[in-house]
Design a binder for this molecule. Structure first.
Ligand SMILES: [Mn+2]
Length: 375
């Protein structure tokens, strides 16, 4: 369970925004926003009234008990009754509860993209005389709130990183293992060490498959002379880590080593620019300069990184052309990569906390020696 004080701060900030926009209630439906604000994602809806305590609405036997365990907020339970004929069916919805308790709301913020039907439904239910309620978007505000991590969130992300790294270091990767076997072992170990699970499906790309930046694991066996690219992370109490390492199985040829060094130098160069006040595009541009010098720029076909938190991809891209500036407390990835058709790919990724004067990598204790499995 997240500390009450942590949740109170988040709710207070949302309410400040609601106050400015004269929003009476916010309806939070998305998995990650609900978890962020209430400590649980197991309810159907989180209702945050401007005046009053937040309330979760959860389905009987489908999350209500879990929501009660994980969130300090009141949980209102909705329960269907099916009877034995269609006339007996009663199936209350979360919106019925909201309409009953907050029917007077005039301005409602939602964090989901409401369908036309949903907007009609909301307007019908929240109506005073002829005037129906205004529907506002809360998702951008929640995105803004979630960009900057609190000390508590950072501690969970550090734990997420260390669980993933410990799991990785416990692996004994051998020639002949399949991509799927390696991914399974890694995910099993992360769970065993206390992770909720992987923060995304682990990528194990061997040989030519390393060309696929988002490879889908196969039964291909790791063979001598393969590149082996592993992109993984743990989810720990809701928070993600994200890291990639690339190895060479056997004695690495010079061509691999020079390309590897170029990517590593690009990654380290970018790291020098990940700090408070720097434009989002700057670290990416610096990484691109290094790869340009090495004649590899055309193979770097994605952004340098993205925000990470409860979602594996959160707001902000570190990419040439992007506006905006880094702020202390943001957590981003630093992951340049090159992908050469017919040869393979190399990516090196760390999850990094933006500090006042420098970057603080959360995943740097994970070895970056491409020859790691030969030692
Ligand atoms: Mn990533």
């Amino acid at each position: 369970m997240y500390p009450r004080s942590e949740l109170d701060t988040r709710i207070r900030r949302l309410k400040r925004w609601m106050g400015r926009r004269q929003v009476d209630i916010s309806l939070i439906e998305s998995w990650s926003n609900m978890l962020y604000l209430s400590g649980t994602a197991e309810a159907s809806l989180l209702v945050v009234p401007l005046d009053g305590e937040p309330m979760l609405i959860a389905r009987y036997a489908f999350g209500d008990e879990i929501a009660k365990e994980r969130s300090p907020f009141h949980v209102e339970v909705i329960k269907p009754f099916y009877g034995i004929s269609s006339k007996e069916i009663s199936n209350p919805k979360a919106f019925d509860v909201v309409a009953e308790k907050f029917g007077k709301a005039r301005r409602i913020a939602v964090d989901f993209l409401p369908s036309q039907d949903m907007i009609k439904e909301l307007r019908r239910r929240f109506k005073r005389g002829r005037k129906s309620a205004a529907i506002l978007d809360a998702s951008k505000q929640l995105e803004r709130m979630r960009i900057i991590k609190s000390d508590y969130e950072i501690s969970l992300m550090k734990e997420s990183a260390s669980v993933a790294i410990e799991a990785f270091n416990s692996l004994e990767i051998k020639l002949g293992m399949t991509e799927r076997e390696i991914a399974n072992m890694l995910e099993f170990k992360m769970r065993e060490l206390g992770a909720d699970g992987p923060s995304f499906p682990t990528i194990v790309a061997s040989g030519p498959n390393s060309f696929n930046a988002h490879h889908i694991n196969t039964d291909r066996r790791v063979t001598e002379g393969d590149i082996l690219l592993i992109d993984f992370g743990a989810r720990y109490m809701g928070y993600c880590s994200d890291m990639t390492r690339t190895f060479f199985m056997g004695r690495p040829p010079d061509k691999f080593l020079s390309r590897y060094d170029a990517v590593l130098n690009a990654q380290l160069k970018a790291l020098d620019y990940i700090r408070d006040g720097v434009p989002f595009e700057k670290p990416d541009i610096e990484a691109r300069k290094v790869l340009k010098k090495a004649g590899l720029l055309e193979y770097y076909v994605h952004s340098l990184g993205h925000g990470v938190g409860i979602d594996i991809h959160e707001f902000l891209r570190l990419l040439v052309g992007k506006g905006g500036r880094l702020v202390r407390g943001m957590v981003v990835t630093d992951e340049p990569g090159i992908y050469i058709r017919g040869w393979g790919g190399i990516r090196i990724e760390d999850t990094v906390l933006v500090g006042k004067n420098h970057a603080i990598p959360l995943t740097e204790s994970l070895d970056k020696d491409p020859d790691y499995f030969r030692r």
